[in-house]
Structure formats: structure tokens, C-alpha cells
Design a protein around this ligand. Structure first.
Ligand code: PPE
Length: 323
């Protein structure tokens, strides 16, 4: 993914030029992966740009940080306002937003206390798994790499260091000619994609791996579960066997970058008819409506970016007294 350079980045409380948003080579997070981040999207809706589930993302950022004892020196409301201001100043009406908080420069070693640095960048980011992915579906491969184990790190934290695991899986699948990897958890049950949660449809029921299967607690996962239940589908969070991927009627993935993507082939087995299924299509349409502010029942998920406030109008003292 090439980042489309923007004017500004918010860094430690200030707006700095994109190319000046730098860190020292002895930054702790660079050496040990001691950082947490978010991926958030802002969509252009009929009522203006809106950030999807912004508060939930910022809440997860703080929770991820807590899990690794990283104290973010900015509250969620401060980060929220900074993000709004960034989008306004960069004139972005639709964007991918990447807040990151990491242990900064000052000390190395594993019990360092150097301060936490925070940055927020935003830029336009197209379809994560390719332009064709949302319509035609993707080809996935079960990875030989298992998802990070809760016995050694924290799958629930969206931590920089965790992504070494995702990168191994993604690289393996891409080198083998697939669009995405599916990771099993340490027990061998289905977990998630390298950057997406996964759903499997069997006998008309929608299944997704539970929290104990080492998943990241995806915000789009939550949204799609709610949308599916609201539409009357049964959604069950339970362990899923690898073979159920091949036996599934439909499989799809969810994530902020990827949005909602049908999986049409797994390990060279066609999923269902080899085309995105009916339930997937149904959910996808409603999910897109939610993202773009076309579904009234999910408007509360949108954090509208208001235009900059104009300075208060100079009072008009030329009022002519009534004759
Ligand atoms: N699992 C993983 C491992 C993951 O990285 C993501 C998001 C999800 C599940 C879905 O979570 P959510 O976005 O809250 O629904 N992956 C982010 C990072 C992608 C990247 O390449 O960087 C994203 O989609 O922004």
C-alpha cells in the first residue's frame, strides 16, 4: 500500500508537516514492538464526512495500551478532536486513519520507562484486498503459521509486535499466489485472517470464532454480528474446525481496511458455489449502508466531522431603530 502523502500529521499534540513526523532510531517501539495502533475509516456520507465507530476504536486503542502497560498521555476525547482537526486541515472527506502510540526514545531495555509518543495520520486508502475483492470475493489459504498464543502475548491487544505473526502469514499466502491467509489458533481451530475477522455460514447459521480462539475483538465483527441479528439471522460464536471452512456454504471476512469481503475459495476448495453467497450479499449491502450513513438504525455509529467553526460574526450595530 502506497501512502498518499498529506499535508499534516498530528504528533504529540501538534500538527507537523507530513515529512517532519519522525522518530529517533533508538525509539523503544521500533526495537521491541512496544506500540499499539488503530485502523479507522472515515466515509463521505450525504451529511458530510463521518468516522465509523470512532469512539469504539479509540477505546480499543486505550485498552490495547493498558494491556501492555503503555500510558497514553491523551484521553480519547482529545484524540477524537485531534482526528477531526486533522481531517479538516488535510481536507480529507474520506480516509483511513491510523493512530499509533508507542514507547518512545529515551531508554532501551525491557523495563524502560521512556514516555509514550502518539501520532495520528490519515490518507486515502482503497480496497485492502484488491479492487475486485468486495464484489468477486477472494482466494484464501490456511496458513502454516498459527495465530499468536494467549500463553505468550495478548491477541486482544492491537499491538505493533503482534503483527510479525500476521506478516508471516500474509507473506506466505501472497507468495503462494493467494489473496489472504487464514490463521488457526494455537489449538488448531479457525481464528481469523491476517488483518480481518472471519465468518462461516453453515446450514443457514452464521458462525464466528469466539474470544477464546485468540481473535482480535474486531469492531466490524461486532457491527456485522449486530446487523445480522437485526436482520433475523442466527449468529453463533463458537469454535470452528478447519474442515468446516471447506464445507461452508459461505465465508466472509470483516475488517476496517478490508471492510466486508466474501471468500470464494479456501485451499483450492470452492466455497459454496464459488461465488459470494446470498447471506454475504445481504449483510454486505446493509453494512455498506451503515458505513455510508444510509441506515438510520446505525447512525449512532457515525462520528460526523463538522466543518471548522467560523469565528463569531461581528455584531451588527447598524440596526436602524424602528420608525
Ligand atoms: N484481526 C486483525 C489481526 C486485524 O489486524 C484486524 C484489523 C481485524 C481483525 C479486524 O478488526 P476491525 O478493523 O476492528 O474490524 N486490521 C487493521 C490493520 C490492517 C493493516 O494492514 O494495517 C485494519 O483493518 O485497519
Amino acid at each position: 500500500m502506497n501512502m498518499e502523502r498529506q499535508e499534516l500529521i498530528w504528533q504529540n499534540g501538534e500538527f507537523v508537516a507530513w515529512e517532519d513526523a519522525q522518530v529517533h532510531v533508538l525509539t523503544h517501539g521500533l526495537h521491541y514492538g512496544t506500540g499499539v495502533f488503530e485502523g479507522i475509516r472515515c466515509y463521505e456520507t450525504a451529511r458530510g464526512p463521518a468516522i465509523f465507530r470512532h469512539a469504539d476504536h479509540l477505546d480499543r486503542l486505550h485498552k490495547s495500551a493498558d494491556l501492555y502497560f503503555l500510558e497514553i498521555p491523551y484521553g480519547t476525547e482529545e484524540l477524537r478532536q485531534a482526528t477531526h482537526e486533522l481531517l479538516r486541515r488535510c481536507n480529507l472527506r474520506s480516509a483511513y486513519i491510523r493512530p499509533i502510540a508507542f514507547r518512545g526514545y529515551g531508554e532501551l531495555g525491557l523495563y524502560a520507562k521512556s514516555g509514550i509518543e502518539v501520532a495520528i495520520a490519515a490518507w486515502p486508502w482503497g480496497a485492502y484486498l484488491g479492487e475486485e475483492s468486495k464484489g468477486g470475493g477472494i482466494r484464501a489459504k490456511v496458513s502454516s503459521w498459527r495465530r499468536i498464543s494467549p500463553a505468550s502475548t495478548l491477541p486482544h491487544a492491537k499491538a505493533s509486535g503482534s503483527y510479525l505473526n500476521s506478516i508471516l502469514a500474509k507473506t506466505e499466502s501472497a507468495n503462494a499466489g493467494y489473496d489472504e491467509a487464514i490463521l488457526l489458533d494455537e489449538r488448531g481451530f479457525v481464528c481469523e485472517g491476517s488483518g480481518e475477522n472471519i465468518f462461516v455460514v453453515r446450514e443457514g447459521e452464521i458462525l464466528t470464532p469466539p474470544h477464546v480462539a485468540s481473535i482480535l475483538d474486531g469492531i466490524n465483527r461486532k457491527s456485522v454480528i449486530q446487523i445480522a441479528r437485526d436482520l433475523g439471522y442466527t449468529v453463533v460464536e463458537r469454535d470452528i474446525a478447519r474442515s468446516e471452512l471447506y464445507l461452508a456454504e459461505e465465508v466472509f471476512m470483516t475488517g476496517t481496511a478490508a471492510e466486508m469481503v466474501p471468500v470464494r475459495e479456501i485451499d483450492d476448495h470452492r466455497v459454496g458455489g464459488g461465488e459470494p453467497g446470498e447471506i454475504t450479499r445481504h449483510l454486505q449491502a446493509k453494512f455498506e449502508d451503515a458505513l455510508y450513513g444510509r441506515a438510520d438504525e446505525y447512525l449512532e455509529w457515525l462520528d460526523f466531522v463538522e466543518p471548522a467553526e467560523r469565528p463569531a460574526a461581528v455584531e451588527d450595530d447598524r440596526i436602524t431603530p424602528a420608525a
